[in-house]
Design a protein. Structure first.
Ligand SMILES: [Cu+2]
Length: 340
């Protein structure tokens, strides 16, 4: 019935240490404040003037009282200091095996970057139960990076790096905020931290790595002139390659002979590879045999590059093929003679 959390949920290894210290400080503050008010009210009532001609009594000294109000607060302060140093040390010294992630704040977004070179905006992906170290800076003004559920916060300062680290203990999504007023859209400078368990995180990393390959593949797709035939805007010279992966395509010729009507093949990596290295091996239904597509052998595309081209074709969604204009990259002065 009562859902009134005082603190956000604890989702990192340091969260409970921070909360316990905060609760300790909060509790003696409440106790002392309460004590002061109890004394105040008691004295006001007990020592009130009962008769018109009553005069207050003067007291001097009170050794026990004086020692106790010097010693007790000193002890409280020292305990707070010792405890605070302990938690602070826990918060600032990242374990040596922490994963690095770089964070850049700017008006008004958080940009995250992983060792794989992959970048994101307003999202931070981290593994569960593994230490992660953030190196933070800003491109413009002061920001402050805050993940309440992890109890970690660090200023993003232009011209220098600040760091923080954490180890997430609860999978799922947590909020992240900018907690330093930084201009008009400060309140929209928010994002999420996604905590994956180990297997999911590995999967995510590989998917992103594929994305990196796909980016390289896109460049090759232009450089190798694939785009002059497989252009997005017209199907005149070659089939469009969008959303092809893991579909079945109808085949008109297989190894030089016409196929039975309705023959199709599954588009997997091997089919894509064969289509590029030996275009005439299988001909898409409706296209002539032999294929007008040149055979891209090792001298034209290395195996490494081929992986990237294939990753790119796998990533192609509807309407994403670049227009043919991009293909005209050949420098005019250096242009090789046309044809063979
Ligand atoms: Cu900000």
């Amino acid at each position: 019935m009562w859902d009134f959390p005082i603190f956000p949920k604890q989702a990192s290894t340091v969260a409970s240490s921070v909360d316990n210290l905060t609760l300790f400080i909060l509790s003696y503050n409440v106790l002392i404040t309460a004590g002061v008010f109890v004394c105040l009210i008691f004295c006001a009532v007990y020592f009130r003037q009962r008769h018109k001609d009553e005069v207050g009594e003067q007291t001097h000294g009170g050794l026990l009282l004086e020692i106790s109000w010097a010693v007790i607060p000193t002890i409280i302060c020292l305990v707070t200091f010792w405890w605070g140093v302990k938690v602070y040390a826990e918060l600032v010294v990242p374990p040596a095996d922490a994963t690095d992630v770089y964070v850049v704040g700017r008006q008004w977004m958080w940009k995250t970057q992983y060792p794989t070179g992959h970048k994101e905006i307003n999202t931070l992906h981290v593994p569960l139960g593994k230490p992660v170290k953030l190196t933070i800076t800003s491109e413009d003004v002061l920001h402050s990076f805050w993940i309440p559920a992890f109890r970690v916060k660090a200023d993003a300062v232009p011209g220098r790096y600040t760091t923080l680290w954490f180890e997430a203990t609860v999978p799922g999504e947590h909020r992240l905020f900018c907690t330093e007023y930084c201009g008009t859209e400060h309140s929209r400078m928010i994002g999420k931290v996604v905590v994956h368990d180990e297997a999911d995180y590995q999967k995510w990393l590989t998917e992103e790595a594929e994305f990196g390959d796909a980016l390289q593949g896109r460049k090759l797709f232009t450089k190798l002139q694939c785009v002059t035939c497989h252009a997005g805007e017209s199907q005149a010279k070659a089939p469009i390659l969008e959303e092809l992966y893991m579909k079945r395509v109808p085949i008109g010729f297989d190894k030089g002979s016409p196929t039975a009507p309705g023959t199709s093949v599954l588009v997997d990596e091997n089919y894509l590879r064969e289509s590029i290295r030996y275009p005439s091996a299988k001909i898409v239904a409706g296209w002539q045999h032999p294929s007008i597509m040149p055979a891209y052998d090792e001298s034209l595309v290395s195996e490494d590059d081929l992986f990237q081209v294939i990753a790119y074709i796998k990533s192609l969604r509807r309407g994403q093929t670049p227009p043919r204009i991009e293909a005209t990259t050949q420098p005019r002065a250096l242009g090789a003679p046309q044809g063979k």
